[in-house]
Write a protein that binds this ligand. Structure first.
Ligand code: NCD
Length: 306
């Protein structure tokens, strides 16, 4: 994977996904050790260009680069010259001129990461482009599922909520189906994709059908910032009909695993009790996110890796 830009899992082979998951397993040992430092990316420079809000993804890419010995600088929308009207192209070219090896980019527009690969040479890693893709999130979801379940193939995974605006759902669908899981999507009709035909994926309007006997329930955040008028029922209605609470979770398997990419709208798509309950792996997902991002940076930037 050396030199490869990471735009989505659509063009990842199952072998490449396997390689990332196995590498992340090794990286997780580093995160848990006393001295969190490897020399793998010493002398490399990484820019985190985050033009949309982020806590987990930005911080974990930053720490991942630092744990591997790279120099990492984060640029945020509010404090960059984008606020002065500088174009994305000029921003990317300015960063490139500083001699960086990789740009991790988050942007509100679908296609922004792909566009970056066309205008500059460093490795581009997509940290979320509009409603399109979020490959590192999907990989950390796969990693977390495999960690708790021992395997991914044959599992019934329900993805519930705002599917229409979710780059996490889209990348999860590619990653999970490639690794042999069966996916059930559910949410209000207005928040489901209108035309959807994907092998291994079933779409339900009724959330109970989707989570019945599920091994994993991935609860998505309602993307309040991406809603258009009329798509979203009232919060109370949403929580009542689609919210994941202990009662609804009883329909899933006894050992169901609950995921949420964060940030959570508590009491809307997920209850407090579920977030902090015995089935939740939400906290573990965050640590796994650092391991996955270390794996991606190492595999794409370290010529000694595969
Ligand atoms: C997700 C994102 O930004 O797409 N969050 C994240 O990366 N942890 C999901 C979301 O914002 O709902």
């Amino acid at each position: 994977m050396f030199g490869k830009s990471i735009i989505d899992l659509e063009n990842f082979s199952p072998d490449e996904i396997r390689l990332v998951l196995d590498t992340a397993k090794e990286m997780k040992k580093i995160i848990r050790s006393d001295v969190k430092k490897l020399p793998n990316l010493r002398g490399k420079a990484i820019i985190n260009l985050f033009l949309e809000a982020s806590t987990r993804t930005r911080t974990s890419f930053e720490l991942a680069g630092k744990y591997l010995g790279a120099d990492v600088v984060s640029i945020n929308a509010g404090t960059s010259s984008i606020t002065k009207g500088e174009s994305l192209r000029d921003t990317l070219m300015t960063i490139e001129a500083m001699g960086v090896d990789a740009i991790v980019i988050r942007h509100k527009s679908e296609g922004a990461a792909e566009y970056a690969t066309q205008v500059v040479k460093p490795v581009i890693i997509n940290a979320g482009d509009g409603a399109h893709a979020h490959p590192s999130q999907a990989l950390l979801d796969l990693f977390t599922i495999e960690h708790f379940k021992g395997h991914i193939d044959g599992l019934k995974v329900a993805i519930v909520g705002d599917i229409l605006h979710s780059r996490v759902a889209r990348s999860d669908i590619y990653g999970l189906t490639k690794m042999g899981a069966e996916i059930h999507l559910a949410g209000p009709k207005t928040l489901l994709p209108r035309f959807f035909n994907f092998d291994g994926v079933t779409v339900h309007e009724n959330i109970e059908d989707a989570i019945k006997n599920a091994d994993v329930v991935n609860v998505l955040r309602i993307q309040l910032e991406r809603q258009q008028a009329g798509l979203f029922p009232s919060p109370r209605e949403y929580a009542r009909v689609y919210g994941i609470n202990d009662e609804r979770l009883k329909l899933a398997k006894d050992d169901v695993l609950v995921l949420h990419p964060g940030p959570q709208n508590k009491g809307l798509e997920i209850s407090n009790a579920v977030t902090y309950g015995e089935h939740s792996a939400i906290h573990e997902q965050v640590q796994n996110g650092v391991a996955i991002r270390m794996a991606l940076l190492d595999l794409t930037l370290n010529s000694g890796a595969k």
